[in-house]
Design a protein around this ligand. Structure first.
Ligand SMILES: [Zn+2]
Length: 91
């Protein structure tokens, strides 16, 4: 993992899965307009479909540092598998 942060920065979005009350993290890309996209699978792939009925938005479009901070602040409800990926990609 080499540092190519600026040009290739990942946008992290947090969504809560209603069924389990767990928060999962979705990776996406920043858009030029300041928004971001989110992929349809969360990092741990427990949620395959990002359907509006099943999830609620917690926080979207964070960069890596902010995502790590946000996950730390939220603590427990954030899925451990998703969170560990945040740290693995950091080098
Ligand atoms: Zn997860």
């Amino acid at each position: 993992m080499t540092a190519k942060k600026e040009e290739n920065e990942i946008a992290y979005s947090f969504f809560k899965y209603k069924e389990t009350d767990e928060i999962h993290i979705f990776k996406g890309k920043f858009n030029p307009d300041g928004g971001c996209s989110a992929l349809f699978k969360c990092i741990c792939q427990k949620i395959e479909d990002r359907r509006a009925d099943d999830i609620t938005k917690v926080k979207t479009c964070l960069n890596e540092d902010d995502a790590r901070q946000f996950a730390a602040d939220k603590g427990r409800p954030v899925c451990g598998t998703c969170v560990s990926d945040l740290y693995e990609t950091y080098s």
